[in-house]
Design a protein around this ligand. Sequence first.
Ligand code: HEC
Ligand code: HEC
Ligand code: HEC
Ligand code: HEC
Ligand code: HEC
Ligand code: HEC
Ligand code: HEC
Ligand code: HEC
Ligand code: HEC
Length: 579
Amino acid sequence: MYPHRKWLTTLIVLMTLTACGGGSGDDDDDDDHDIGPGVSPLSGTHRVLAFNDLGMHCADLDYSTFVILPPYNVIHSQVIERGAPPRILDSTQVDVDYRAVADGGGSINSTSQNQAGSVDKTNFWAINPATGNSFVSDLFGLDPPPDEGLLFGQSMPGILDPYNANDAQAFNHYDADKKWFAADGVPILPIDDSGQLNAYPLMRVSASLPGSSDTLASLDVVLPVASEADCQNCHAAGEIAAPLDSSIDFLLPDDINDPNSVLQAAKSNILMLHDAEHGTDLVNATPVLCAGCHYSAALDLTGTGPTGQQLLLDSMSRVMHDHHGRLTDPDTAEPLFPADGSLEETCYQCHPGKVTQCLRGAMGAAGISCQDCHGSMLAVGGDERRPWLDEPRCESCHTGDANSHLGDSLRLTQAWDDAIDSATPRLASNRRFAENSATLYRNSLGHGGVACEGCHGSTHAIWPNPLASANDNLAAIQLQGHAGTLSDCGSCHTSLPLTLDGPHGMHNVNSRGWNLEHEDFYEDNPSACRSCHGLNLEGTVLSMTAADRTYLRDDDDDDETLFVAKGTEVSCSLCHDKP
Ligand code: HEC
Ligand code: HEC
Ligand code: HEC
Ligand code: HEC
Ligand code: HEC
Ligand code: HEC
Ligand code: HEC
Ligand code: HEC
Ligand code: HEC
């Protein structure tokens, strides 16, 4: 029997040790990450909001055997002119670009090219000796130059002179419906310019007037990316999916101490297994794009839908989740991926999680698991489900307010009512916190046309994030001076009348005016206040302070100030008797 567990441990230790980033020798003027790109949160004429669409992108590093996903990151950005009211600008009014910036640990990721003899990032653009073409061209029929991504020409900032250049790259597309700029397909990988793993590299997104090089505003955003699909846990020779006594002649790695060699052998074993089971000849067709035969919407960049073989076969999501979800452990006859198993036993077997935290953010930190939102392997692989489209929703757990909501709590901890093996996302009837109908969170717009992700961060990294991925919090800190949901109205509004028309029906925040003069609003509509402050006005999670605050208890001259700590559920009786 192979000493496999040992490699695994070695691999994890190695990755953990390197995941904290490291010095990168970046010596330009970007070391101001504590305060951000130089603008005090509540001043400045403009705001840049920028956000990655998914919260985690997966990308293979090696393209010679088979490929699940290429390097393909997406940044969306909205530019707001501060004012009364603020205005979201379009592509005739402003230009937006991005370039790499060092994080607090000095890690910077400006290029995906290799540095001869020292940094090995990927062979995506390298020449396949067997065909004389680049791997990317063999796989995708497109032949971008090194550092340029698929289809839309979006490039890494180091493209012109890797390891020296860090040239701003324009966003190639403006989406008039969403009022956002899109950089589709930035080919970033989780290895920084000093060769260290970093799944949370930063890009600085900047806005300027067309034709001008003066920056109006900028924001540092994470382009999360991971390559941690641990197929080798089970498909390395000697493991459960590649037993040494099999009729298939599974490959042993050239060097069991080299994680890459172990992974390569495991990938070949997967092809051999697939060929043996299904009469395919993938072993002789490398590099293989799994999605060439099993449709994946993530790779259907032009939105054509399934074609050719894909029409006859199940989708990539369905074959992977359903097939693995039905396997049992031959020794125990128990399911190999138990429906209610721990993340390590289930989703984190393939999704980046043991080292990289693809699930982080507010819900991850609260201990909510993939299955609480997505259901089991069989649910994700379900026959009726449309992969990449039928996903859980915020409204599935944030089902309303204190006046009306589903279940027994304002924030439920499971997104579905049926069974874990089907997990149909619950829909709310009180839509105060809901996505746009029939639209994913990442494509929904909220208050004033601002994207949900602009105020909350990316899907699996909803602000605030735990410290392990502190880079994710930088944008919120730069926008309002503290981590967490963007709630400070003054970040965008230069002045604002007293109102209940803020995001989700919110009133002015951190405002003396509201503190002293909310009486009429209560008298006009008491139930509006109860929706967040609670039916008995004692405070709820929806009336929690977003930062430490100093309020006034009354409007006398001798101002009696009251310190209220961040996270306090504000009740009316903090200051006076219940009205
Ligand atoms: C927890 C263990 C485990 C992990 C992790 C795992 N697999 Fe598997 N996989 C299996 C087992 C067990 C089989 C069935 C082996 C057999 O039929 O002999 C299997 C079968 C397969 C098959 C063959 C399907 C068929 O029709 O027979 C493919 C293809 C496959 N896995 C791909 C992958 C890929 C790609 C990854 C990583 C993204 C992966 N697996 C990760 C355990 C695992
Ligand atoms: C040349 C086309 C082709 C390619 C490329 C291909 N497959 Fe398949 N795959 C098939 C066929 C055909 C089947 C059998 C389908 C059936 O029996 O309905 C299959 C079945 C599977 C199954 C088992 C599905 C089940 O429900 O039992 C898995 C898992 C799978 N493929 C994974 C992969 C992975 C991972 C890759 C990339 C390494 C891949 N396939 C690449 C054609 C392909
Ligand atoms: C055996 C490997 C494997 C395991 C285990 C696994 N996944 Fe996946 N998952 C994949 C692959 C490969 C893809 C990419 C599919 C594609 O490209 O369409 C994927 C994609 C997804 C997607 C996006 C596509 C879709 O169907 O909407 C979701 C959601 C997802 N996985 C959820 C889960 C959850 C939840 C678990 C644990 C219950 C899990 N996965 C366990 C391999 C796995
Ligand atoms: C708190 C709920 C929640 C948890 C927990 C959660 N997800 Fe998701 N997931 C979502 C939502 C919501 C979407 C759809 C977001 C969108 O694209 O707008 C989604 C979508 C996805 C997608 C498709 C890509 C995307 O972002 O749209 C993948 C892959 C995925 N989840 C995997 C996972 C895995 C793996 C885990 C556990 C490590 C997990 N999710 C945990 C809510 C959750
Ligand atoms: C599975 C149920 C579930 C889903 C789905 C869900 N949430 Fe949550 N959410 C919770 C729970 C429970 C909490 C409270 C966490 C805690 O106690 O720290 C929470 C807390 C929050 C908070 C407060 C964070 C803070 O500490 O200030 C925000 C904001 C939030 N969620 C936004 C979202 C968004 C946006 C989505 C959709 C992308 C979403 N949630 C999807 C259950 C969920
Ligand atoms: C302009 C900023 C802004 C935008 C845009 C925005 N939100 Fe919010 N969101 C907030 C604020 C502020 C809160 C805190 C409200 C509170 O504490 O009562 C919040 C709270 C939430 C919560 C958590 C409620 C809880 O339990 O604490 C969810 C879920 C949510 N928003 C979803 C969304 C969705 C979905 C969209 C897009 C359709 C969106 N938000 C757009 C600012 C925004
Ligand atoms: C991320 C930027 C942003 C934040 C933060 C924000 N708003 Fe707005 N707000 C906008 C935009 C953009 C509009 C749309 C203006 C228009 O329609 O022309 C708007 C419109 C409004 C309007 C209607 C127009 C007006 O000015 O009277 C009100 C009222 C309002 N916001 C209140 C609030 C309150 C209260 C908060 C804080 C709780 C808040 N907003 C936070 C961007 C923001
Ligand atoms: C959408 C949710 C929401 C609604 C609706 C709401 N509140 Fe609040 N309220 C909050 C939150 C959240 C805070 C804490 C804000 C902070 O300081 O971060 C708060 C704080 C307050 C404060 C103390 C802080 C300050 O700025 O003065 C008063 C007073 C107040 N609310 C009164 C009211 C009254 C009166 C109503 C009804 C007219 C009302 N609220 C409706 C969420 C809400
Ligand atoms: C941060 C302190 C603070 C909080 C919290 C607060 N108020 Fe007030 N409230 C005041 C001040 C200051 C006045 C101005 C008049 C005064 O000095 O008594 C006032 C006056 C009022 C009045 C008119 C005078 C009266 O007592 O009838 C009403 C009604 C009122 N508040 C409703 C509410 C409601 C409803 C809430 C909770 C949703 C609330 N207030 C929370 C500070 C607060």
